[in-house]
Design a protein around this ligand. Structure first.
Ligand code: GLP
Length: 246
């Protein structure tokens, strides 16, 4: 595990974007695993500005998003389909047919999960998986559980997750209660994982995830087993880490 700690959001976003942009420059047919949430916004802004400077093209890139709400129309402003269009896809030359997200409105959810896993398998290994971290240690929407599921599956969102995501909706009641998420097995199969976490409110879970026991009660702790994990933190998120050099 390689942990880097940054003084400003801009520097953190730039570092994460450099990893992503650098990969696309050196591997034009890269397969990227993408994340949503507040944390990656600055990273995508930086990637878009690198792209606009003509540094590289996404024409041959394929992307797979981690997750999507169940039952939220794709054009709802808070769907992850909308998020990705707004923050990244509308500003780069990635062909729409190569940008995959799970379909949370599929009539047969089990078939949709199988379809998504098959698409990922067919694309080969994910070269770089970008990840944020939930307050309860979730990655994607893999919530703490007795057992974690390997492939794409439907999840009942934890109360803590509903509360955290309520800020994006008019009220807590409007937050979808279920989501489709890539499984932890698929996430761990990525060649490289870049975990990005910001804020003092995540300091305790960062410490548990990176230095605590490896347990399904904290899905992100399984990342400790990954051979190529890069962790990018701001000072506040890193404040409870002992013995990790910047
Ligand atoms: C969301 C997403 C995760 C994200 C996490 C943290 O619910 N499903 O992929 O990493 O919660 O989000 P944020 O970066 O807004 O704190």
């Amino acid at each position: 595990m390689n942990t880097l700690i940054f003084d400003t959001d801009d520097k953190l976003g730039e570092a994460a974007a450099n990893i992503l942009s650098g990969l696309v420059q050196t591997k034009p047919r890269a397969v990227l695993g993408l994340a949503t949430g507040g944390t990656p916004v600055g990273i995508y802004n930086q990637v878009v500005s690198d792209f606009k400077r003509g540094m590289f093209s996404f024409r041959e890139v394929t992307t797979f998003n981690l997750d999507e709400y169940v039952g939220l129309p794709v054009d709802h402003p808070e769907s992850y389909h909308s998020y990705m269009r707004h923050h990244l896809f509308d500003h780069i030359d990635l062909p729409a047919a190569q940008a995959y997200l799970p379909d949370g409105n599929a009539s047969d959810i089990a078939a949709e999960c199988r379809r998504y896993d098959e698409l990922i398998d067919r694309a080969g290994q994910i070269d770089l998986q970008l990840l944020g971290l939930g307050h309860n240690g979730h990655i994607g929407f893999n919530e703490p559980a007795h057992a974690l599921i390997r492939g794409t599956h439907v999840v009942e969102l934890a109360e803590e997750t509903l509360q955290a995501n309520a800020r994006y909706f008019q009220s807590l009641d409007e937050v979808p209660k279920q989501a489709l998420t890539m499984g932890v097995g698929t996430i761990l199969k990525a060649k490289m994982i870049v975990l990005v976490v910001k804020g003092a409110d995540k300091a305790a879970i960062v410490q548990s995830a990176l230095q605590g026991p490896i347990t399904t009660d904290c899905p992100a702790s399984l990342l400790q087993t990954h051979p190529h994990l890069i962790v990018l933190l701001d000072r506040a998120a890193a404040e409870k880490l002992g013995g990790t050099s910047p």
